[in-house]
Design a protein around this ligand. Sequence first.
Ligand SMILES: [Mg+2]
Length: 221
Amino acid sequence: MSTPRPRFATVVFDVDSTLADIEGIDWLAQQRDETIARECADLTARAMAGEIPIDAVYVRRLQAIAPTATELDALGDAYRRAIVPGAAALIASLQQAGVIVHLVSGGLRAAILPLAIECGILPAHVHAVDVRVDDQATYTQLDGPQPLATQAGKAMVLAALQVPRPSVIIGDGATDAAARPSVDAFIAYTGVARRDAVVAAADAEAPDYTVLRSLLFESVD
Ligand SMILES: [Mg+2]
């Protein structure tokens, strides 16, 4: 049997609604009352559709939810349980083929790490948002400047990483599409959420991980 050849030297994955079929911040909001849950889900959806910049909603959502350390741990478990079928196997295949894999996420780093470990990704390759505890023992504040809590954050982080090329980013949101100038291709993953504006900005669309695999490997006869 021939070995499929990877098309990219670096593959960058979004996490929420791409590797996992949840939005972490919305999951946290659902631990609160219905008003907060609905408000946060609406803000997330509008930000991911590109209607409002993520910068404007990030801290607003955190302060509305005020998650505790226990809830961040529980979110870590929820992310692990929500890994999209085929995602971990695809990441394993990429890494076996020598492809560098990074996660670049606007989610909370502490909660994403368990999913990354489950998928065999080094913590040093997990780029996300760090938050810090406040005097109410909740996590409502960014821990210093957090580029990934901003609209242009993924492009900035990827440019600074100087990953091996060619590189591709895979995601479902406007912040993933906005990272296109820092990589060589953007694949819209639409298996969880499909947004026309995001698909329009993409080089290709993957509705599931089987199609995604075929976009990341060339079959060698
Ligand atoms: Mg996403």
